[in-house]
Design a protein around this ligand. Structure first.
Ligand code: SAM
Length: 249
């Protein structure tokens, strides 16, 4: 399957998800406002700020969570498989602004712009293309590692879980979120972490995460996190990720 995350459609949807103003995403007084600004909330609601920390985000897309981390971290590395997303994130870090358009109705589009907020420190952030299932060996270790809505989008999520054990330093934080949308288009069924029957037993992704991580991490918190992706002016995907927050033993 062609990589959806290299398409212009996904690029504009993710730019809006990461950097859209609440009223640009949801222009009505009704609607699931608590689902807005998901990438920012993955940091502001799930990470305990540690001044001067070193942080890694795997599957960073166009980079909002990395910029949030830069508020208190002295070094942030954002890695994504999509060249398109990483180029956009690098351009934003350099120019401190982005202009993009999003689908509105049929062929009609809306022009939007975003200016990087002053509280962000883009000079602390490095974005690079990389494969979460085969990360470069010389990344070192981190006080904070984030992988948001990544696990059910890689062919072999077990490889990510094995590697995070080395990547998070003792006492460090690991934040995983996922709506567990398991699809064979992304992950062969035999590598799904959950969402299937094994004999009489329903296998749940959170239980597999506990099995894979509990020898090296303690589980601090499990929280439901809604998020909203706008497809066009009147069409949205509302999803609920499950966040699990871990401390490296
Ligand atoms: C559902 S999006 C989530 C993006 C972002 N974390 C967020 O929450 O908005 C999945 C992201 O994972 C990236 N991705 C998919 N396969 C990957 C891989 N093997 N290595 C690194 N990133 C990958 C995609 O390019 C995309 O940016």
């Amino acid at each position: 399957m062609a990589n959806l995350y290299e398409t212009d459609k996904l690029l504009e949807e993710y730019l809006l998800l990461h950097f859209g103003k609440p009223e640009e995403v949801l222009p009505w007084e009704f609607g699931p406002a608590e689902a807005l600004e998901f990438p920012a909330r993955c940091v502001t609601e799930r990470v305990k700020p540690v001044k001067g920390a070193r942080a890694l985000e795997i599957g960073c897309s166009v980079g909002r969570a990395c910029f949030e981390l830069s508020v208190f971290c002295d070094e942030v590395i954002g890695i994504d498989f999509s060249q398109n997303f990483i180029s956009q994130a690098q351009e934003l870090a350099q120019k401190k602004e982005a202009r993009f358009s999003v689908a509105d109705e049929g062929e009609l589009r809306k022009e939007l712009s975003y200016r990087l907020e002053d509280r962000f420190r883009p000079e602390k952030v490095k974005f690079e293309v990389g494969d979460a299932t085969n990360l470069r060996r010389d990344l070192g270790d981190f006080d904070i590692v984030l992988a948001c809505n990544l696990l059910c989008r890689v062919p072999y999520p077990q490889a990510v879980l094995q590697r995070v054990e080395e990547l998070v330093s003792p006492g460090g934080q690991l934040v995983l979120t996922s709506p567990y949308t398991w699809m064979e288009d992304y992950t062969p069924r035999r590598f799904w972490l959950g969402g299937f029957m094994r004999g009489q037993e329903a296998i749940r992704s959170l239980d597999s995460l506990k099995k894979a991580l509990s020898s090296s991490f303690s589980l601090d918190d499990v929280v439901d996190m809604p998020f909203l992706i706008r497809e066009h002016g009147r069409k949205f995907q509302w999803s609920v990720a499950q966040a699990s927050c871990w401390t490296r033993l």
